[in-house]
Ligand binder design. Sequence first.
Ligand code: ADP
Ligand code: MG
Ligand code: ZN
Length: 601
Amino acid sequence: MKEVKSPKKPLIYYYCIALAVIFLLNNLLFPKMLEMQIKEVDYGTFLSMLEEENIEEVEVEENQIVFSDRQDPQKFYKTGRMEDPDLVDRLHAANVRFGSEIVQQASPIVSWFISIVLMILLGQLLSHYMMKKMGGGPQSMTFGKSNAKIYVESKTGIKFSDVAGEDEAKEILTEIVDFLHNPGKYTEIGASLPKGALLVGPPGTGKTLLAKAVAGEANVPFFSISGSEFVEMFVGMGAAKVRDLFKQANEKAPCIVFIDEIDTIGKKRDSGAMGGNDEREQTLNQLLTEMDGFDGRKGVIILAATNRPDSLDPALLRPGRFDRRVPVELPDLKGREDILKVHAKKIKLSESVDFNAIARMAAGASGAELANIINEGALRAVRDGRKFVTQADLEESVEVVIAGYQKKNKVLSDKEKLIVSYHEIGHALVAAKQTNSAPVTKITIIPRTSGALGYTMQVEAQEQNLMSKEELENKIATLTGGRAAEELIFHSITTGASNDIEQATKLARGMITRYGMSDDFDMVALETVNNPYLGADTTLACSPETSAIIDQKVVTLVREQHQKALQILNENLPKLHELAKYLYEKETITGEEFMEILNRP
Ligand code: ADP
Ligand code: MG
Ligand code: ZN
């Protein structure tokens, strides 16, 4: 994909260079040459030379006459001009060539003036030529205030094949590309295609990538601008930019306009009395007006991307504007595997790499994270001086992306190491003993840069889309297992469980307020999720009294599971000791080793 840059900057350079050259010629070269060769004589000498037909050429200027010697054409003279009405006749009579150029002998001021005029003309010509050259094809255009980057088709362009997974999104966008290629097919039936499509999904799922792929596939101009580029210091500037963008787009139809991160300008307009943000509202209003204003059949299609669809102004989403909503969700297992493969094409891999296993380990990872996993693996291979990337490299990089780098120089005291060992085995043991929990694949007590002193990795065999109440409860029990082991063995508790506590609380709350999994509240929603794609923070939608009861219920639920975990560990104390000792010595153990010891009689 090639980006066409504004030619403004180079032009200034050309102006400067032209200026400098002319300046040099004028002030340094010409005057000296003229001084050397032109001799000043009086008018009488001129007349007598004319009489004797000794003059070859003459140039009559406003206040002087320059002439050359017939005998020696390199010799020039000049003289002041007199009031002489029949000078021309006499020049004729003397058989003199006149009016032709001899030497440009204008005064410095006149020549300076002329050179400036020339320079401006030259500059104009040059810029005209450059604009023409750039505006030659149908893919590019002139530049206005909108700063929209224009992508022109090129061989390196991103295609749909570069976007793995996201088949539904690709299908919808393919239809749009097809409409731009043969609109007749659609208008024949009377169908009018949507004016706009909104790509929504969490960060890093490939929304921007998809839009670029549309540009690569569609053989039409593609305007790309980010919502934040409309945000200006002065009221009205953003609106002007919108107007300008659509003016350009209309001129170049059929074409695609892509507004990335549209939530920056498309936020719900305030109804508050304080007036809100004037600039943003004006920009949004202008956008709405422009979207209504243009003719859908002309072939201007507007794509936009956001990860905050909930915050968009409803007016943007009504039919006739962004009436198509294209979900770009986090990839499923198959999608993750495909994305890994797409990115792995760029690197050298050992033959034993099992993408399915990596994809299973990286549950919940976005496309951007998966791309990062591949790259981290390649970097690790280089660091170790290997020529290709192995399975181990990729597994380690999944952990890097999930938990951060290994903190090799962080020194845990022996006591701390022992506590962490029991804590992690506590998680793993509780998980393994509850039939519904996924088996552990790896347990480690090597500290990570994320702050984790150790962790237990669980990899589900296949993707789980639904979770039962029991499974959720077991998950909470597993989360409390670490702290439970500390209590049982050391009879004291540490700060090491903070992350577990956070997760357990979130799950327990969700069960009560959103999933209808408590007897007391039945199927009543007590919380609403604000922005599902960004952190999923929630707002309570109940009375303060109910809120207090919810808090109570959450505590009860977590306590129950905590007790269950304690009981499980208590029943398996010998195994807990054996496994924890083993982990303490080895620092990292695999799921197989764990199960082998656990099942050993
Ligand atoms: P978004 O705009 O949704 O936040 P991007 O499109 O910027 O995400 O994605 C960032 C990077 O992640 C891309 O450049 C690409 O390398 C990778 N990526 C994300 N999703 C995919 C996908 N579905 N297929 C291949 N690569 C992807
Ligand atoms: Mg993006
Ligand atoms: Zn823990």
